[in-house]
Design a protein around this ligand. Structure first.
Ligand code: NAD
Ligand code: ZN
Length: 340
């Protein structure tokens, strides 16, 4: 089969021919139909510090996918050949305190597909049956190909009561843009998105944001009058991974406000702790998606009319992965899909 692989400990990716994997007990073999590219895949491509410390080549990368069950291993009971599926890329231990409490997103022994074991950028991939998510027939496979990051956005947005709240999202990447659409759908009053890239701010606007702000040449409070905001924001979603953005968010939160931290901030990030303390802010770290409540919610949100399709800006055959990665690198894109 064809696969996109990190073959050596250096920058770049290679398309290789590999053996079709064999599903073990309780695993399914998935014939991949579409995959989407995540910022993490770009980190692996570029071989940055995180990638050097995490990835052990050779490794087939990729974790955002939709496919069809091609074969079921021994013991598989819920799926059959031909089922259209996506899946949770975090493989949890199923034995720790949190797993056993039904809080698999908090497992401390999580392994990632396309990170710690071969992933989805290939014609075939194996996955434990317990990680498979059946794609409802009403859901387009283009959308299902990026259920993973849509789930990050859903998990963040549903972390706090949204109805009638004013929400500030820092970062109009694919996840920030999708979060804007979700917040509106679940009843936020104002959804404001910041970024430094106008292409992405336009996307956030298309996804339903009430206001988009290029933080390089505009100030957030200048929008308060138009949006009829008096005291700042009730909910903040940090989706840029930039220290300055987190500080900006903290500055503009109302007292008692709640912040979801999704963006992977540098460890050296410093913020005004006095503001967090005196405003009585709540901060919540978000990793992945709830298994499988987030998957259920995103399925029903979409079936109920949530439209995230404007976030798809590019599609390429998998053979053109180099072009696809250069588009991701440019930042002038939403979700970029590879067709297998
Ligand atoms: P992305 O990198 O495509 O988007 C980040 C956006 O932030 C970019 O559009 C960038 O221009 C913008 N930005 C840069 N500086 C900014 C500033 N000062 N203020 C506002 N915006 C600014 O990322 P994505 O794929 O949308 O993911 C969002 C973040 O979430 C990333 O940091 C990613 O690493 C992280 N992530 C976390 C998890 C998790 O489980 N915690 C999962 C997936 C992604
Ligand atoms: Zn566990």
């Amino acid at each position: 089969m064809k696969a996109i692989c990190k073959t050596n400990a250096e920058a770049g990716l290679t398309q290789i021919r590999a053996e079709v994997p064999v599903p073990s007990t309780n695993e399914v073999l998935i014939k991949i139909i579409k995959t989407a590219i995540c910022g993490t895949d770009l980190h692996i491509y570029q071989w940055d510090e995180w990638a050097k410390n995490t990835i052990k080549p050779p490794l087939v990368i990729g974790h955002e996918f939709v496919g069809e069950i091609a074969e079921t291993g021994e013991g598989v009971t819920h799926y059959k050949t031909g089922d259209i599926v996506s899946g949770e890329g975090h493989i949890t231990c199923n034995n720790c305190r949190n797993c056993r409490a039904g809080q698999r997103h908090l497992c401390n022994k999580t392994l990632g597909i396309g990170i710690h074991r071969n992933g989805a950028f290939a014609e075939y991939m194996t996955l434990p049956e317990g990680n498979v998510w059946p794609v409802h027939k009403e859901i387009d496979t283009n959308i299902a190909s990026f259920f993973d990051p849509l789930g990050n956005a859903v998990h963040c947005a549903l972390s706090f009561e949204m109805v009638a709240e004013d929400v500030l999202i820092t970062g109009a990447g694919p996840i920030g843009c999708m979060a804007a659409a979700i917040c509106k759908k679940v009843g936020a009053r104002n959804v404001v998105v910041t970024d430094i890239n106008n292409y992405r701010l336009d996307l956030a606007k298309k996804m339903g944001a009430d206001a988009v702000i290029n933080i390089q040449n505009e100030n957030i409070p200048d929008y308060y009058k138009k949006l009829r905001i008096t005291n700042g924001f009730d909910i903040g979603l940090e989706m840029s991974g930039q220290s300055e953005a987190l500080q900006e968010l903290i500055n503009h939160m109302y007292h008692g406000g709640k912040i979801s931290l999704l963006g992977i901030l540098p460890n050296k990030t410093t913020v005004s702790w006095d503001k967090i303390i005196f405003k009585g802010l709540h901060l919540k770290g978000i990793y992945g998606r709830k298994m499988f409540e987030t998957w259920y919610k995103m399925t029903q949100l979409i079936r109920g009319g949530l439209d995230v399709s404007p976030i798809i800006t590019h599609k390429f055959p998998a053979d053109d992965f180099e072009t696809a990665f250069s588009v991701i690198k440019s930042g002038n894109c939403g979700k970029v899909i590879l067709e297998w």
